[in-house]
Design a protein around this ligand. Structure first.
Ligand code: ZN
Length: 253
């Protein structure tokens, strides 16, 4: 298996999971995966990774990995952001402050946009995490569609609220032809959080709400046998949540 591009289909949608590299946090490394979808004539990305400006040593490899599969940045017509954190939006601009995806329009939840515009106040960590969104995304506002919770982007592609990690955090729920893939974004960053719920709480705007959201969504995913895509798990971040004796675990494909 390629470590940078993983092909799959969800019903009629052709999808590729691309690695943007990884995030090196002191003491821990996280995957950074983006999903690309072809839906009819639409070419859609969820998130665009770190770009040139963040974690340049280990991440920012999305464009190269797309090109290896014959997909250019000009091909992308829609970019969905599950939230506004730096590792999800920083690929929007290059180091010359030019937009990287010339033909893209963007979708984000209205609640997340409101938080980006209002700013995280005196929360130092969130000010760092939201700096690129506040500096750059706002300048592209006329290219953004701001959507309510549970907005259906296209038939079979829906934004589902998962608030807590950030105020307007959303998952992308893909269903087609009787198949489903739930893109859970950052409701979990590390499988360690199954047994240590506060392991990554420093990343959350509202940790208590994030833990509650995670537990509810992942318990349901385990019960339903939902196929899951996790942004920060080891590439390609695809698998199932399993439950035994009240404890959840990750079962990678
Ligand atoms: Zn993230």
């Amino acid at each position: 298996m390629s470590e940078t591009a993983y092909h799959l289909t969800v019903g009629e949608f052709k999808c590729i999971i691309f690695s943007d590299g990884c995030l090196a946090d002191p003491g821990e490394t996280f995957g950074l995966n983006c999903i690309y979808m072809e839906a009819g004539d639409r070419k859609i990305l969820v998130d665009n990774g770190c770009g040139e400006a963040f974690q340049a040593g280990t991440a920012g490899q999305l464009l190269d990995n797309m090109e290896s599969e014959g997909i250019g940045r000009g091909d992308i017509d829609t970019i969905i952001f599950d939230h506004g954190h730096i590792d999800h939006v920083c690929g929007t601009f290059n180091l010359k402050d030019e937009p990287v995806f010339p033909n893209a329009r963007y979708i984000i939840s209205q609640k997340e946009w409101d938080y980006i515009e209002a700013g995280p106040g005196d929360n130092e960590t969130q000010n760092i995490f939201y700096a690129p969104a506040r500096k750059y995304l706002v300048s592209l506002k006329d290219r953004f569609k701001l959507v309510a919770d549970n907005h259906e982007i296209l038939p079979g592609i829906k934004m589902v609220p998962s608030h807590g990690h950030t105020p307007g955090n959303a998952m992308v729920d893909i269903t087609s032809g009787g198949e489903r893939l739930l893109c859970i974004g950052d409701i979990i960053h590390s499988p360690k959080e199954f047994t240590e719920p506060e392991h990554c709480a420093a990343f959350d705007v509202n940790a208590a709400e994030a833990i509650k959201t995670r537990s509810g969504i992942l318990s349901k995913a385990a019960r339903d046998g939902t196929f899951v895509f996790a942004t920060h798990f080891t590439f390609p971040g695809l698998g199932y949540i399993r439950e035994k004796g009240g404890v959840l675990r990750w079962d990678a494909i």
